[in-house]
Design a protein around this ligand. Structure first.
Ligand code: MG
Length: 440
C-alpha cells in the first residue's frame, strides 16, 4: 500500500502587488492555478477554478476517474466563463490549472494528471527531474517546432504568453495523463513563477537534497524570490510513500503573503498497493492528449495583445518595405534605350522595379563607362531628378544627336499617372499600385 506526503508554499514574490496563484493539497487531489486578468480577476479566476475542481471531483458521486477529473476541469472553465459574464469587472480573467489526483482506472489506482496552461507537473524519479505536463504557451510551441531551444525559451521575453487557459472560451481542451504511483517518486506542481526564475537543474538539486516535502516547497519558493521574484510563485511537493508512513505527511504552510490554498488534511491519503514500475516513462495514455473539446484558436488576452502587436509590426514592416521599394527612381537600360525605372535596382524583397519611361536616347550613343553605370542603375530621388539626369547625359552628346526626332516610345501600362511634360521622354504610366510619381 502506498500513501502521500506533501508540503506546499506560495508567495506573492517581490514585484507583484497581490498573489493570484492558488493551490489545493488535499487527500488524493493536488493542484496549482495561476490566475490572470488584472485587478481582482486573476485571484478570482484561480480560486474559483480550484473550488470548482474540488467540489466536482471531490463529491461522492461515482468513481473517481481521469475522465471525471477532466470533466471537473471543464466545469471549472464553465464556472469562470459564467462568472465573467455576470460581472463586467471580471471579463478577461483566466487561469492555468495543473492537477494530479488519485483515480481508479481498470480496477487499479493510478495518478490522473490534467493540465491547461503553463503551470507544470514535474516528476523526480531516481534523482532525475522530468517535466510531465506540456506547456500551452507561445515559447513551448516554438520549442516544439524546433525554432528555439529550451534555454532560449527559458529567457524568452514572450514566455508568459499562453495559448490555452481556463475562462477564455466556453469550451477548453484539457490534456490528461495517467501514471502509476511508485513509492519513492516525488512530484512537484508549480506555477511559472518558479521555473521562470530557477533553472531545472537547481529545482532538481533542491528536490533531491531536502527530504521533507514542505521544506522542499518552501526552499523552492525562497529560491524564486532570491532570483528576483518577478511573479507569484507556488510549489506543491508530493511524495509517494509506503502506507503507514503517515508521520511524514506535512502541512501545507502558507506563503509569506498569507495567501494560500485550503488547509491540508491531517491524514495522508490511502494509496494503491505497490505497483510495478512502468516499463515506459510516464506519459500520455492512449495518445498525448485527451481532447475533450475541439481546440479552438481562441487566445488569452495576453495572446491577443501579442498577436495584435505582431500584426502591427508586420503591417509597419510591409509598409516600410513597400515605401522603400517604390519611393525612388533609377536610370537604367531597357533594350537599347536609356530608361527610367521606378523602384530600386534589383528590387527590394518582393518589390520589383517597374519601367516608368523609355527615352529616345540610345545606349550606344553613350560612353562605355556611362553604360556600365546605367546597367547597374543610377538611383535618383524622384522622377524629375531621373529626367534631369537623362538630360545631363544628353548634353554630353554631340549636338546633332542631342535631340532625337524619333517618336516617344510608350510602354503599355495602367493609365494612372500624369503624362510627362518632358519633350525628350515618353511617358509610361506608373503601375496603379505604385501611385502617382508626383507623390514623391
Ligand atoms: Mg505566473
Amino acid at each position: 500500500m502506498t500513501g502521500f506526503a506533501w508540503g506546499a508554499a506560495t508567495d506573492v514574490g517581490r514585484v507583484r502587488p497581490s498573489n493570484e496563484d492558488a493551490f489545493v493539497a488535499t487527500p488524493g487531489l493536488f493542484a496549482v492555478a495561476d490566475g490572470m486578468g488584472g485587478h481582482r480577476g486573476g485571484s478570482v479566476a484561480s480560486r474559483l477554478a480550484l473550488e470548482t475542481l474540488r467540489e466536482r471531483f471531490g463529491s461522492d458521486d461515482g468513481p473517481r476517474t481521469t475522465e471525471r477529473l477532466v470533466r471537473a476541469v471543464e466545469e471549472a472553465n464553465e464556472a469562470l466563463v459564467a462568472r465573467a459574464e455576470e460581472d463586467p469587472d471580471l471579463r478577461g480573467m483566466g487561469t492555468t490549472l495543473t492537477a494530479m489526483a488519485l483515480v481508479v482506472e481498470q480496477d487499479r489506482e493510478v495518478l490522473g494528471v490534467v493540465n491547461v496552461g503553463d503551470s507544470r507537473l514535474y516528476l523526480l524519479k531516481d534523482g532525475e527531474l522530468e517535466q510531465i505536463t506540456e506547456d500551452h504557451s507561445l515559447v513551448a510551441t516554438l520549442e516544439r517546432q524546433g525554432r528555439i531551444t529550451r534555454a532560449e525559451a527559458a529567457v524568452h521575453p514572450q514566455r508568459n504568453i499562453l495559448t490555452r487557459a481556463l475562462g477564455i472560451d466556453a469550451k477548453v481542451m484539457v490534456d490528461s495523463w495517467e501514471i502509476l504511483p511508485i513509492v519513492g517518486d516525488r512530484y512537484l506542481l508549480c506555477s511559472d513563477g518558479l521555473f521562470n526564475e530557477v533553472a531545472d537543474g537547481r529545482i532538481e538539486a533542491t528536490l533531491r537534497k531536502l527530504a521533507d516535502p514542505s521544506e522542499a516547497a518552501h526552499e523552492l519558493v525562497r529560491l524564486a524570490n532570491e532570483a528576483g521574484g518577478h511573479d507569484n510563485v507556488t510549489c506543491v511537493v508530493v511524495d509517494v510513500v509506503a502506507d503507514g508512513e503517515g508521520g511524514r505527511t506535512t502541512s501545507a504552510r502558507e506563503g509569506q503573503d498569507g495567501r494560500s490554498g485550503p488547509a491540508p488534511p491531517a491524514e495522508p491519503v490511502a494509496g494503491p498497493g505497490a505497483a510495478p514500475r512502468p516499463t515506459h516513462p510516464p506519459g500520455p495514455v492512449a495518445g498525448p492528449v485527451r481532447a475533450t473539446a475541439r481546440l479552438r484558436n481562441r487566445f488569452t488576452w495576453r495572446t491577443a495583445a501579442f498577436v495584435l502587436a505582431l500584426a502591427t509590426i508586420g503591417a509597419v514592416a510591409v509598409g516600410s518595405i513597400t515605401w522603400a521599394g517604390t519611393r525612388t527612381y533609377y536610370v537604367g537600360i531597357d533594350g537599347d534605350r536609356v530608361a527610367i525605372f521606378r523602384g530600386q535596382p534589383g528590387g527590394v524583397l518582393w518589390i520589383e522595379p517597374s519601367l516608368a519611361e523609355v527615352t529616345d536616347l540610345r545606349a550606344d550613343q553613350l560612353p562605355a563607362s556611362v553604360v556600365i553605370d546605367l546597367e547597374a542603375g543610377k538611383t535618383e530621388g524622384s522622377l524629375d531628378d531621373a529626367r534631369a539626369y537623362v538630360e545631363n547625359l544628353r548634353r554630353t552628346l554631340p549636338a546633332p544627336t542631342a535631340r532625337s526626332s524619333a517618336p516617344p516610345v510608350v510602354v503599355p501600362g495602367p493609365a494612372t499617372s500624369t503624362p510627362s511634360t518632358t519633350p525628350t521622354t515618353s511617358t509610361t504610366p506608373a503601375p496603379a499600385d505604385a501611385g502617382s510619381p508626383g507623390a514623391d
